[in-house]
Design a protein around this ligand. Structure first.
Ligand SMILES: CC(C)(COP(=O)(O)OP(=O)(O)OC[C@H]1O[C@@H](n2cnc3c(N)ncnc32)[C@H](O)[C@@H]1OP(=O)(O)O)[C@@H](O)C(=O)NCCC(=O)NCCS
Length: 185
């Protein structure tokens, strides 16, 4: 492909092409659908790929916890796939993860071979409790999930082991004050 591929942060005007592409691909059962509200509310998570200024694909980095973020809603226009656009989108999301200080990424996907080329390896669904508790529980496929869980460590020093599952260690819980009962009168 000779045309120039550019990647930029999404703006609200991109919500429509993002929803159209993601939901067209979701109908083909290759990824999960996104509601208009979930795209618009999370538009700052998205980057957009363009070829000569025309929408070509998208992807989002959703911060899940202090040490992990998910690559989600990664999609390239079918006619433009296999021309390096998906890789450029993932590279941009990885740069954003580094900026945010996120040491580990994960994805739930059907395209294992693509994510392996992006440096991801398979992991167990149980290794990703935040995803399971937040999203999977509301998914109609919860009891029979056929997506492959994959992860990529960006910073092995900051994330040497699987810290997830112990989220309360990362963010202290607010302490509750005991309110003393008032004596009548
Ligand atoms: C998966 C997807 C985003 C990849 O985007 P793309 O622009 O086609 O991928 P790229 O051209 O950047 O491919 C990068 C590398 O991965 C390989 N690759 C891409 N798709 C692949 C696939 N389905 N299976 C195996 N390898 C694949 C490419 O051959 C290329 O390898 P190379 O570097 O050795 O040449 C795109 O195919 C897509 O939108 N698929 C439908 C939606 C989807 O499945 N999204 C993932 C949701 S998690």
């Amino acid at each position: 492909m000779n045309e120039k591929i550019t990647i930029r942060p999404a703006v609200v005007a991109d919500a429509k092409p993002i929803m159209t592409l993601v939901n067209e691909l979701a109908v083909k059962q290759v990824m999960l659908p996104r509601s208009p509200a979930s795209v618009i509310e999370n538009i700052r998570d998205f980057v957009v790929a363009e070829i000569d200024g025309k929408f070509a694909g998208c992807g989002a980095l959703a911060v899940t916890w202090t040490d992990i973020a998910e690559i989600r809603s990664l999609a390239v226009e079918p006619a433009l796939q296999k021309h390096g656009i998906g890789k450029k989108i993932v590279d941009a999301l990885v740069i954003d993860a580094h900026r945010l200080g996120i040491p580990r990424l994960f994805a739930f996907t059907y395209v294992q071979a693509f994510f392996e080329k992006m440096g991801f390896g398979t992991c167990a669904h149980d290794d990703l409790p935040h995803k399971v508790f937040n999203d999977c529980m509301h998914c109609p496929k919860f009891q029979a999930c056929d997506e492959i869980a994959m992860e990529r460590v960006l910073d092995p020093v900051a994330s040497p082991t699987k810290l997830f599952g112990k989220p309360q260690r990362a963010i202290p819980m607010p302490t509750r004050k005991t309110v003393e009962a008032k004596s009548p009168g």
